[in-house]
Design a protein around this ligand. Structure first.
Ligand code: DX5
Ligand code: ZN
Length: 223
């Protein structure tokens, strides 16, 4: 299998006073991706941050920016997020009436495309789009907040999705899990077929470098 297991730490759980310092620690710990959660207070109840933050960290780091848009009608902002420095734009299937248009727009901006589904959205709903995206984000909690507990039925959706993508020959498609992932349960997500692992509170609580090291061991990237 050619897919790699990759950590994508979510800065939603960072200490914003020390954001630069914490991102540098992640880089030194071998992290390659950064998961950036954008919330609009409508698609999800909470509000987080947007383009100004992305622009300012883009100037200082070469990490791959995995931007998770939890916003209604995300197509309104793809161009701005692309210009701000996103490498991959994840939008929610539930947030738009024009999924195909969203995929085309992100592609036309030269960025990778991710499509995200909430815990109650069945895998069957993303099937028509699998061949045109780089990644599917299977939410493992209700989107909106860090620090929640993983919903076990979502792991079954990951299994189902990996079976389907294998069956149709999509060997390189990434499956991301996001929400409630810890060092103790990450192996379950990987065994189910996920290969891009988002973790917020489990990375930023305590010693970041040692948390990353523990995750990387579970991902099979370190001994
Ligand atoms: C939740 C966000 C997540 C969040 C994960 O809506 O999409 O990326 O930061 O945080 P943890 O890992 O603490 O559940
Ligand atoms: Zn997220």
């Amino acid at each position: 299998m050619s897919i790699k297991n990759i950590m994508s730490p979510s800065i939603l759980s960072a200490d914003f006073w020390k954001l630069g310092e914490q991102i540098t620690t992640l880089e030194k710990s071998g992290t390659q991706w950064l998961h950036i959660d954008v919330m609009d207070g409508l698609f999800v109840p909470s509000i987080s941050y947007g383009m100004p933050l992305i622009k300012s960290i883009r100037k200082r780091t070469g990490l791959f920016f995995d931007v998770h848009l939890m916003i209604n009608e995300p197509e309104r902002y793809f161009e701005e997020f692309a210009n701000a420095g996103a490498d991959l734009i994840n939008f929610h299937l539930e947030a738009t009436e024009d999924v195909e248009g969203c995929i085309e727009k992100i592609r036309s901006l030269g960025k990778k495309v991710g499509i995200a589904i909430k815990p109650d959205t069945p895998v069957s709903e993303v099937m028509p789009y699998l061949k045109s995206v780089d990644m599917v984000l299977v939410m493992t909690v209700e989107p909106g907040f860090g620090g929640q507990k993983l919903i076990p039925k979502c792991i079954d959706k990951v299994k189902e999705l990996r079976i389907v993508t294998d069956r149709i020959g999509l060997k390189d498609i990434d499956i991301q899990v996001d929400g409630g992932i810890t060092v103790d349960n990450v192996s379950e997500a990987i065994d189910a077929g996920a290969n891009i692992i988002v973790a917020g509170s489990a990375v930023f609580a305590g010693d970041i470098a040692s948390n990353i090291n523990s995750f990387e061991k579970r991902l099979g990237n370190r001994s």
